[in-house]
Design a protein around this ligand. Structure first.
Ligand SMILES: [Cu+2]
Length: 327
C-alpha cells in the first residue's frame, strides 16, 4: 500500500508540469490554424543511363546540368515547378511529362506515350547560363501527382533534333515526382594549370598564348560501364580551335622520336576539338573505358596543343596544358 501511494504521488508530481504546459498550449491554439500546404521536391541526376543503361545521354550538352521538380498542393490541384541549373544561355529546353505505357501497345515500343501529357506538364524554358524555372498547375491533385500518377519526366536536348523515341537524346529521364534511387555513379574532376614545366622543366610552354588558360577534365561513370569525358578550357582565345588529346605514355627508347608517349592520340579516351570563344569552352566524348580504368590504371598525358602555332607532336613546349590524364 505504502509503496503504491508513493508511486502515485511521484506520478502526479510528474504530471503536474505536463498538465500546466498543455493548458497553455490549448490557449494558444484557440486561433484557427490553416494546415500548411503540402510540398515535396525531387532531384534528378543528368541522364547517365540510370533508367535505361544503354541510353545514357550522347550529345554535346555539358553533363553538369541538374534538375529538380517541386510539387506543391494548390487547392485541389498540384502546382509543378521544374528548375534546371547550369543551362545554356538562349537555348530552349522542352520539359515534358510522358505517361507510362505498356511498350507492347505503343507504336515504337516505348514504355511511355510519345505525346506528352499537357494536362500535367508540357512546358519550355529558355536557358540563361544559370538557373531557370518553369511552372504548371496540373489537372491532378497533390496526392495523385506524388502517389498514383505514373509518368516519365523528360528534358529534351535543345542542341539536337528532338526525338521522342531515342532516350540517349534526353538530358533527364526518370519517374516524375518520385524519389530517384541513388545511382552510385562516380564523377571525377581533375584540374590543370598552364604548362609552366610541371611535368618536366624542359617542357615548359614557349609561345604567345596567354598563361591564363586552364583546363578541367571531368570523367563521368555511365551505367553501362562506359565513361563520358568532358574537357573544359577557361580563358580561351576567341576563334581559335584547341586540339585536346590523351597521348598514351610510352617508353621513349621505343618511340620514333624518343617521345615519352605515343604521338598518335588515343581516340578511345580523349580526342576532341574545342572552339575557343574568349571565355570558357568545352567538348566531350564517350570512352569505352570504365571510370576506374580511366582514373586509376590508364596511363596517358593530357595534352592541349597551342592553336597559335603549328601543331607538333614531338615538341612539348608547344603544349599549353600538359599533365597526367585524369589524375
Ligand atoms: Cu595531341
Amino acid at each position: 500500500m505504502k509503496i503504491n501511494t508513493l508511486k502515485m504521488s511521484i506520478a502526479m508530481l510528474l504530471l503536474i508540469p505536463l498538465g500546466m504546459s498543455s493548458c497553455k498550449k490549448e490557449d494558444m491554439d484557440d486561433a484557427p490554424v490553416t494546415p500548411a500546404a503540402k510540398s515535396m521536391t525531387y532531384n534528378y541526376e543528368f541522364n547517365n543511363g540510370q533508367v535505361v543503361s544503354t541510353a545514357a545521354y550522347k550529345g554535346t550538352h555539358k553533363d553538369d546540368l541538374t534538375a529538380s521538380i517541386k510539387v506543391e498542393e494548390s487547392g485541389s490541384k498540384a502546382k509543378i515547378t521544374v528548375t534546371l541549373n547550369n543551362t545554356i544561355n538562349g537555348e530552349i529546353y522542352r520539359i515534358h511529362s510522358h505517361n507510362a505505357a505498356d511498350p507492347t501497345t505503343t507504336p515504337n515500343m516505348t514504355p511511355y506515350n510519345e505525346t506528352p501529357n499537357s494536362d500535367v506538364f508540357a512546358q519550355m524554358v529558355t536557358g540563361n547560363g544559370g538557373t531557370v524555372s518553369v511552372s504548371q498547375t496540373a489537372n491532378k491533385s497533390y496526392a495523385e501527382i506524388t502517389g498514383t500518377y505514373d509518368a516519365f519526366f523528360v528534358v529534351h536536348d535543345p542542341l539536337q533534333a528532338m526525338s521522342t523515341t531515342d532516350i540517349s537524346t534526353y538530358l533527364f529521364v526518370g519517374k516524375i515526382a518520385r524519389t530517384q534511387a541513388a545511382s552510385g555513379l562516380s564523377r571525377g574532376t581533375f584540374n590543370y594549370a598552364f604548362n609552366t614545366g610541371q611535368v618536366a622543366p624542359a617542357f615548359a610552354y614557349s609561345g604567345t598564348h596567354a598563361n591564363t588558360l586552364a583546363g578541367i577534365i571531368n570523367v563521368q561513370e555511365l551505367a553501362d560501364g562506359d565513361s563520358r569525358v568532358t574537357v573544359t578550357l577557361e580563358n580561351t582565345v576567341n576563334s581559335q580551335t584547341y586540339m585536346v588529346h590523351s597521348h598514351d605514355k610510352a617508353d621513349p627508347t621505343t618511340t620514333p622520336n624518343m617521345t615519352p608517349y605515343n604521338e598518335t592520340p588515343n581516340s578511345d579516351v580523349c580526342t576532341v576539338m574545342i572552339p575557343g570563344n574568349g571565355a570558357t569552352a568545352y567538348s566531350s566524348q564517350i570512352s569505352t573505358k570504365t571510370y576506374t580504368d580511366l582514373t586509376t590504371t590508364y596511363d596517358g598525358f593530357f595534352v592541349v596543343h597551342d592553336p597559335l602555332q603549328a601543331m607538333s607532336t614531338t615538341d612539348p613546349t608547344t603544349y599549353v596544358l600538359l599533365g597526367s590524364f585524369a589524375r
